[in-house]
Design a binder for this molecule. Structure first.
Ligand code: N01
Length: 892
């Protein structure tokens, strides 16, 4: 019998004790549950929503503490699916109060007549998948149990309050309140001695208002948090005007943005701005009173680079000192243990100023930890604080707490979700779990959820899920289950994304660190709302990639695989390049391609300062060649790295890899001399190879003049430059010098055959294409010369060469010949270190300050160079300088 028909027959069963049959059961009547109900009804699915609370609103039903407000501007914090609804509701303030938000949900529920399908005051206790019927059986604590084809948890990320893990709470004889379960009746605090434990968003919002009422307020702070003044009032004109000018465009920009609020991607990095410029930006953000603004619009590296981030912390510390009169209290309130934004910052109204009040005391639990709660108050350190009321603003078992509160949830083969998640939540997209067919979570762990404007993420999730359910039904499928491969791929992608930002560097509820004993790991998706949306769309366009679909009368469909195999920032860069729709470089002609490269390079970040950049001329194989020298800021003499740029022996010059040369100079603490060797077609093989060798010899002979350390030099190169570096080592060995201490080969060309798998696997789509490589080879070298080791070093004698570091990229036609060269060097008895950069393409390790996941690869390169030169591998360990650049990301 069709699900809807079953449902129609059983609609009166709610209180009869028999099982209620529906197509879809939704748990939770908050933001997500209400929209789900509306969409599912529209799509023709019989639906019941089960809600523990007495009315709609989700988190806003429970969080009624003084000062509770949203901290995303109301203009962005609402449903957008219906422009009429959008127009029918006007918020009274920039940040609405909890009662107003609750009124909004009531308004939405009335407008779409939602309450008639919501079972309030009912909790789902357990959920079990029945493989035979292909349905979920939900056990409820009142009324009928529910049988449903699809079970959707819209239980929210911050809805399961964390129990206070402090001894003696039960002994306390006064009043106890939790911000996350605040009473519906008025709580009278006037004239009372109140303790607030916790200084997250809930504490920071409530403390100023509690201080106004209470006779005495004692705040127990474990970790100071960053708070920004909300400057609440009417919606700001700039946002309103932008919104009113083109509402649809505004909403669409939000949907494709990183955080779900329409702000552009900031491009200027912190070190390109001077102090005054940075301060101006900061003051503007401080005055704007907008978390998304201050979290995204200061400078491009604020969320990804520790140093760029630390600048903000210092500026906020200044603000705290300017408000809080007692310097000791100001210091205690100033966060020092986490990067700004790595822990959820707060919006406040008069928070810091509250500590100037005579009736407010701050207890720093880092110095005086709470030992117990007694019948009369709180003991911290050596002191006892007698109070009448304790407010626990201690937060939530976030992201997983409300899901796991339904216990057990058993999937295929009786597997329990708690067991499957014993080592941390595993999901595909944060929406599904392999082995739990037809179960969906809205904003589950693995979705952008709490790192985004929840309104935007929820709408996207709901639309995606309901559209999929409708498509399944139309195709005759009745079950959908994520594959293990897809889920493992998502976990890898999550881990890759987490290396991009600084969230992993703080102990927070994002990582589960706030709940004793909880497995720790970053739970929200840090890749951004727009990229996440594009991935979800890609899954559909690739035939429900990563899902197994079955139905009674259709053939099973399983399109297995991982949706994202590129590093997240590499994916973005390739996406941007694809959008530019550039003509193939080989169609431009050599001169045109050089002009194109020059123009193209103008758009990249400029590269960071080094001690000195100089230019000069050196003697090549057939005359002078230009060079560019990068000197560290530390006192010399430094070892010298002779560097050969990439460009297929045709393009580029001594400046074209400038950001990379700066980066390697800074990270290695060595002089880098980039050589302007001759190019084809003007100078064909073996001009580049011979120039490389001659330049290396000249530099070695003139090391002292260049300010370098006399003795062996090092060689390095990327792509065709890697080819020249490798060839130079062979020539130096065969021609009696110069002495070379080590070779760094990045994605090198090493051989003239094109039949290795990487040439086919990565023939197109990764910027450097197979046909571009053919073109380079044709311009540089006639077929008769191609087996000469001076262009195919893999065919040369590989014994007795300097130690090597060979970096290759997974999505590069040249990958396999680079690996082959590394292996052949090792076979020949050489010392070789390999970096096979997972998820990178030919150029991405070179994209300094663009592809952050390339940083750790370049750190390893620099360490290898230092090792070759006989220096401590880590620059910091050598005492030559302190923290030249923050290491914050990983390449494979
Ligand atoms: O919870 P929190 P929250 N002893 O976990 C401390 C959203 N929200 O309810 O940091 C002593 O942030 C704990 O200390 P520490 C928003 O996303 C939004 O305030 O773990 N102290 C911390 O100071 C927010 O981030 C709004 O060292 C203990 C505090 O309690 C999220 O909800 C408003 C302790 C908990 O802070 C959670 O905010 C409110 C112990 N045993 C919330 N245990 C809006 O404005 C914990 N603490 C939309």
């Amino acid at each position: 019998m069709p699900d809807a028909a079953v449902a129609a027959r059983s609609s009166e069963s709610t209180n009869s004790g028999t099982t209620q049959q529906v197509d879809v059961a939704v748990v939770g009547a908050g933001f997500a549950g209400l929209y789900l109900l509306h969409r599912l009804r529209e799509a023709g699915f019989s639906t019941v929503v089960v809600e523990e609370a007495g009315d709609v609103g989700g988190t806003w039903y429970w969080n009624r503490y003084p000062g509770a407000r949203c901290d995303i501007q109301t203009i962005d914090y609402g449903y957008t699916f219906d422009p009429e609804l959008d127009r029918a509701w006007t918020w009274s303030e920039k940040y609405a109060t909890q009662p107003e938000i609750l009124r909004y949900f009531g308004f939405v529920a009335d407008r779409y007549d939602l309450r008639r399908d919501i079972r309030f005051n009912t909790r789902v206790k357990a959920a079990n998948w029945d493989d035979t019927s292909g349905r979920w059986q939900l056990v409820t604590d009142s009324g009928a149990d529910v049988s449903c084809r699809y079970y959707i948890m819209a239980t929210g990320c911050l809805s399961a309050p964390k129990p206070p893990e402090i001894d003696g709470v039960a002994d306390f004889k006064g009043e106890i309140y939790f911000t996350g379960r605040w009473p519906h009746d008025e709580v009278k605090l006037a004239g009372k001695r109140v303790a607030v434990i916790g200084t997250g968003s809930s504490g920071i919002q409530s403390i100023p208002l509690i201080a106004e009422q209470a006779a005495q307020l004692t705040v127990f702070q474990r970790t100071p948090n960053f708070a920004l003044p909300a400057h609440n009032g009417p919606a700001p004109d700039d946002r309103k005007t932008y919104f009113e000018t083109d509402r649809a465009a505004y909403r669409e920009q939000a949907r494709w943005s990183l955080a779900g609020v329409p702000y552009p991607q900031e491009m200027a990095v912190s070190w390109q701005l001077n102090d005054a410029e940075r301060r101006e930006r900061f003051e503007k953000a401080w005055a704007a009173g907008d978390l998304v603004h201050i979290l995204t619009q200061l400078w491009a590296d604020q969320a990804v680079d520790f140093d760029g981030n630390a600048l903000i912390g210092k500026l906020i510390h200044e603000k705290i000192r300017s408000v809080v009169k007692d310097p000791g209290i100001a210091a205690a309130l100033s966060p020092h243990d986490h990067p700004f934004g790595a822990k959820r910052p707060c919006l406040d109204t008069n928070y810091y100023a509250t500590y100037n009040r005579p009736n407010v005391t701050l207890v720093n639990l880092r110095e005086e930890p709470i030992t117990e709660i007694t019948a009369t108050g709180v003991k911290a350190g050596e002191r006892t604080f007698d109070v009448d009321v304790i407010v626990f603003a201690t937060g939530f078992d976030a992201m997983t707490g409300a899901i796991k509160a339904v216990y057990p949830i058993t999937g295929r083969g009786g597997k329990s979700l708690s067991d499957v998640w014993a080592n941390g939540p595993q999901t595909y997209l944060g929406l599904t779990v392999s082995g739990f067919p037809n179960l969906f979570m809205i904003t589950g762990p693995g979705s952008p959820s709490v790192l985004s404007n929840m309104a935007v993420s929820i709408e996207q999730h709901v639309d995606w899920v309901v559209d999929r359910l409708a498509a399944l039904r139309d195709a005759g499928f009745t079950t959908i289950d994520a594959t293990e491969t897809a889920q493992a791929g998502w976990a890898q992608h999550m881990a890759d994304c987490s290396m991009l930002t600084l969230h992993r560097l703080a102990n927070t509820w994002y990582t589960g660190a706030n709940v004793p004993g909880k497995v720790q790991g970053l739970m929200p998706y840090t890749g951004g709302v727009g990229p996440y949306r594009s991935i979800c769309n890609e899954i559909v366009s690739r035939g429900m990639l990563g899902f197994k679909l079955t139905g009674p009368n259709v053939a099973e469909q399983c399109n297995d695989g991982e949706v994202v195999r590129l590093q997240p920032d590499v994916r973005l860069v390739l996406g941007m390049l694809a959008e530019m729709n550039l003509p193939p470089i080989e169609s431009m002609g050599a001169l045109g391609a050089r002009d194109f490269l020059t123009e193209f390079n103008k758009g990249r970040p400029a590269g960071r300062p080094v001690g000195e950049v100089g230019t000069g001329a050196l003697m090549g194989a057939d005359g002078p060649l230009p060079y560019r020298l990068y000197r560290p800021a530390t006192p010399g003499p430094h070892p010298i790295v002779v560097y050969f740029h990439g460009g297929g022996w045709v393009l580029g010059d001594e400046q074209s890899d400038d950001p990379f040369c700066r980066d390697i100079c800074r990270r290695s603490g060595m002089i880098v001399v980039s050589v302007g060797y001759r190019h084809a077609p003007e100078h064909r093989f073996p001009a580049a190879a011979e120039d490389g060798y001659a330049a290396t010899r000249w530099i070695a002979e003139h090391a002292a003049e260049l300010g370098g350390r006399p003795g062996p030099v090092l060689v390095a190169g990327w792509s065709a430059g890697g080819n020249i570096a490798a060839v130079t080592c062979q020539l130096a060995r065969d021609r009696g010098g110069p002495q070379i201490a080590g070779q760094l080969l990045i994605c090198p060309v090493t051989d003239c055959t094109f039949d290795r798998p990487s040439y086919t696997d990565n023939a197109t789509g990764y910027f450097v294409t197979r046909s571009l490589m053919y073109w380079f080879w044709d311009i540089y070298c006639s077929p008769a010369d191609r087996t000469d080791p001076r262009v195919s070093p893999l065919r040369g004698n590989l014994a007795g060469l300097p130690p090597a570091f060979v970096a290759t990229c997974e999505f590069d036609p040249l990958r396999d010949e680079g690996i082959a060269y590394a292996e052949a060097l090792a076979t020949a008895g050489g010392s070789v270190e390999q970096l096979q950069a997972r998820g990178h393409f030919h150029s991405s390790l070179m994209m300094v300050d663009v592809v952050i996941t390339g940083v750790s690869g370049r750190v390893k390169m620099a360490e290898a160079l230092r090792g070759f030169a006989g220096l401590p591998r880590k620059l910091e360990a050598s005492g030559e300088g302190t923290s030249p650049i923050t290491v914050n990301a990983a390449a494979g």
